[in-house]
Design a protein around this ligand. Structure first.
Ligand code: FAD
Ligand code: NAP
Length: 454
């Protein structure tokens, strides 16, 4: 019997288990699927933790999400086409839900497809090697009893052999941490966005934020929303240029820090109490043999992956969700269906040259992208390409593409108001109702509060 290892039970790993389960229900022999998850529960980044630094077992904490995180894109753009928001919540809900609501939705589909039985929780994959002669992978895994602290916890190391390995460990957990002159003697807190948990900590403080992408934008906004005295965002290349609310401003790149004073490349300076490095993440797979490791910056088309999924150097190894993401859950589904069909031999792979040529064609197309709208179109085309390969149920991709473009314009119009807009589902047509409280005024991010009608 074929043995398939899935590493990680976040949205990608769960999409993969769901895809196999769909095939099993259609009477197809999928072999034995084992999912290893180092945390005690599923959901990946959506499984919120207060912890920073190391987890109970001394491993780097996986979680990068924070309290008060609301979806930054319309939920209609990520909807599972075979498990709609209407089905899960029993009726329409607004378009920009907080984290707990999306976690509930992800878990809802996983429960419906009954995939928990395939997951070994509290089990970290420590090493993956490939045996050329046997054409199999050997995984070394470490497991332990679920525990709140390492003290007294017994761990077990074991090895197992698999025919295929699917890596679904995410790529927004290992921070990219730059060094600037003066950091070592800065008298306040310096942290990466990976370790940011509760904006209330910074109430009354003057904050400096480095970076000009989603984390910088969102952490700046919510820090101010929850009471920061001021937020200064410094950009390396170009400002985000949104119409920021009072108290948030953008300045050119940091040059150095002297005591509490941050000096910028345009010669200006500001006194700050804390520095948050919203400087992105690294793809990091310490458990994979170096020859199996994907090495890439965060972009929309990592090289070396046929259809963005199959490791061309060894097609028995597959990766999910390694792209930068406009599309998320539905793209992960489309990828997982492709990965499943490759593994089951239902989707024949072309020879190595043809796979490389396909990757090169996508890379050339990506190199020609020169606008945000172009990026949206690029990822839409990529998802369309994936969907043509399997029986993942159709949804209105053109509508999702249009939603992303509208969303970008909404952000330009009002960075504090875009989350109050409504979008139509690409699966059911249902339009999200207007939220009962505007996002900027809403301080309670609980599921109960969000779902309260009126
Ligand atoms: P993850 O969610 O990271 O899950 C990976 C899983 O693998 C984890 O459970 C981890 O414990 C496990 N794992 C890792 N290593 C091992 C190992 N060696 N052995 C066993 N298990 C292992 N997307 C949206 O659609 N909307 C949003 O609003 C949004 N907000 C975001 C906010 C932040 C701050 C970040 C960082 C990302 C956000 N994202 C958002 C994007 C996010 O990447 C995806 O939504 C999604 O979580 C990716 O799923 P994944 O399964 O690829 O990875
Ligand atoms: P990112 O998109 O990869 O952006 C990294 C940023 O760091 C870039 O602006 C980059 O600058 C900057 N940077 C890198 N090195 C730097 C340095 N040495 N000095 C100064 N700046 C530096 O990472 P991210 O913003 O953390 O986003 C990661 C993911 O999290 C995204 O998928 C996003 O959607 C998600 N997210 C979602 C939410 C939400 O839903 N509410 C909130 C936060 C994050 P350049 O642009 O100059 O290269």
């Amino acid at each position: 019997m074929s043995r398939i290892a899935v590493i990680g039970a976040g949205p990608c790993g769960l999409a993969q288990l769901h895809a196999f389960e769909q095939a099993r229900q259609d009477g197809i022999d999928v072999g034995e699927v084992v999912c290893f998850e180092k945390q005690s529960d599923w959901g990946g980044l959506w499984n919120y933790t207060w912890r920073t630094g190391v987890d109970a077992h001394g491993d780097p904490v996986h979680g990068s999400m924070y309290r008060y995180l609301w979806s930054n894109g319309p939920k209609e753009c990520l909807e599972f086409s075979d498990y709609t928001f209407d089905e899960h919540f029993g009726g329409p809900i607004p378009s920009f839900p907080p984290r707990e609501v999306l976690f509930d939705y992800i878990a809802g589909r996983a429960k419906k497809s009954n995939v928990r039985q395939f997951i070994r929780f509290d089990t970290a994959v420590r090493e993956v090697t490939f045996d050329d002669a046997a054409q199999t992978f050997t995984l070394t895994v470490e497991s332990w009893e679920a525990a709140e602290s390492w003290e007294g916890t017994e761990t077990t190391l074991s090895t197992e052999v698999f025919d295929h390995v699917i890596v679904a460990t995410g790529h927004f957990s290992t921070p990219n941490v730059p060094e600037y002159p003066g950091f070592a003697t800065f008298p306040g807190r310096i942290l990466h966005s990976h370790d940011f948990r509760d904006a209330v900590e910074f109430a009354g403080k003057n904050l400096l934020i480095l970076g000009s992408s989603y984390s910088a934008e969102d952490i700046a906004l919510q820090s101010r929303k929850y009471g920061a005295a001021s937020v200064t965002i410094c950009y390396r290349n170009a400002p985000m240029g949104f119409g920021w609310p009072d108290g948030i401003s953008e300045v050119p790149a940091l040059s150095h820090v002297e005591g509490r004073t941050a000096h910028f490349c345009d010669g200006t300076s500001r006194d700050v109490d804390a520095i948050i490095l919203c400087t992105g993440y690294q793809h990091n797979f310490p458990f994979l043999d170096p020859e199996l490791r994907l090495v890439t910056p965060n972009n929309l088309y990592p090289g070396g992956l046929y259809k963005g999924v199959v490791w061309t150097a060894n097609p028995k190894l597959l990766y999910l969700g390694m792209q930068d993401q406009f599309y998320t859950f539905n793209m992960f589904d489309a990828q997982a269906f492709v990965a499943r069909d490759v593994v089951l031999g239902r989707l024949a792979l072309p020879d190595a040259d043809a796979m490389a040529a396909d990757v090169d064609a996508w890379l050339a197309k990506y190199a020609a992208v020169d606008s945000v709208e172009g990026q949206i179109d690029f990822q839409t085309d990529y998802v369309r390409d994936l969907m043509a390969l399997t029986d993942y149920p159709d949804f209105d991709l053109d509508l999702v593409r249009q939603h992303f473009v509208t969303w970008e314009h909404d952000k330009d119009e009002s960075i504090t108001g875009y989350r109050d807009k409504s979008f139509a589902s690409p699966c059911t047509g249902t339009v999200g109702p207007t939220p009962h409280t505007t996002w900027w005024d809403e301080l309670d991010d609980s599921l109960a509060r969000f779902l309260r009608r009126g």
